[in-house]
Ligand binder design. Sequence first.
Ligand SMILES: CNc1nc2c(CCNCC3CCCC3)c3nc(N)[nH]c(=O)c3cc2[nH]1
Ligand SMILES: [Zn+2]
Length: 390
Amino acid sequence: MLQFDLLKTDPSSHARRGTLTLNHGVVQTPIFMPVGTYGTVKGVMPRSLHEMGAQIILGNTFHLWMRPGLDIMKGFGGLHQFEKWDKPILTDSGGFQVWSLGEMRKITEEGVTFASPVNGDKLFMSPEVSMQIQTILNSDIVMQLDECTPYETKGHLTTEAEARKSMEMSRRWAVRSKDEFARLENPNALFGIVQGGMFENLRQESLEALVEMDFPGYAIGGVSVGEPKEQMLQIMAHTPHRLPAHKPRYLMGVGTPEDLVQGVADGVDMFDCVMPTRNARNGTVFTRFGDLKLRNARHKNDPQPLDTSCTCHACAGASGVSWDQGGRDGFSRAYMHHLDRCGEMLGPMLTTIHNLHYYLNLMREVRESLDAGQFSQFRAQFKSDRARGV
Ligand SMILES: CNc1nc2c(CCNCC3CCCC3)c3nc(N)[nH]c(=O)c3cc2[nH]1
Ligand SMILES: [Zn+2]
């Protein structure tokens, strides 16, 4: 089941404020969705995800199919019980992940054949198989199996003809995904995925065909695949606001804090990205006033927390009072720099909590500015804060 209620639209952009009601709960949009590939948001306990305000997290069909496998998933009645997350979950169809296997796969109209990266077994993924797996996972939002059209292959830019071929196969796989989803009587929501590469005419054809099929929600795929930033911004400016206003729009695999705010302005409701979690593990920290590299010696003796405005456990400790508000319970940059230098596991645990809290809090501030009709003022403040430097 899926119910999307549009609460407010911003007069000076395509930004909108909404509420998404799913089987496992209600999600306020615009929203950032933490990525939990193997059934865990790496290094973060579900209780911490609740504390930082995570409303929906991502799982991955491909990875969970490989390990722990469908029998175990079936035994637990799905991913919620297995990973002890009781709020909504969105699963990707596995297409993008199989593509990332590179040479180890063979694509035909029927589906994708590939060698398991876990034990080398020959495996086959089709729209039907992907729907069967996602039904066992019982995710609240299911993604169709699609082909993520590459931006370039071995230095050769994807041509319009190649992008068309790929987009048309994804459209045929959308039909097969929808038919199988219905045959399985899955009570959750299936999203169609718009493809078309960097070609606006193909994006238009793709979205029109998917809208015709009347999905409960839509994703924009095929971006953040190594294309120049301005090309991604061009697709963001073209496609999201042309999708049905009364249905949720999900931009896959995007992006930096700036990309998220721009995406909201372009009419996007949902985002996922590995940046906050992956960058946290290599000591790159997002803050209101710019990004910082923990490894840098300038942090060696700095008593301030990662972000002086932040109320997360790393920056404000148990009191939750930020440095700027007089709080002194957070960990210092000096300590975080030390943990990074020593390779201590507490380091990535704390930077992950902070980075996720930063992304989730950014979206909370976006929602509040939309509620107050202040989104354009928020964007100006966000831009100047981020340029201030840490
Ligand atoms: C990082 N850039 C990017 N990601 C893309 C993704 C993956 C989005 N993230 C999924 C989570 C990661 C692990 C658990 C699920 C894409 N997925 C699909 N199905 N199609 C795309 O065109 C597609 C395109 C994408 N571009
Ligand atoms: Zn913090």
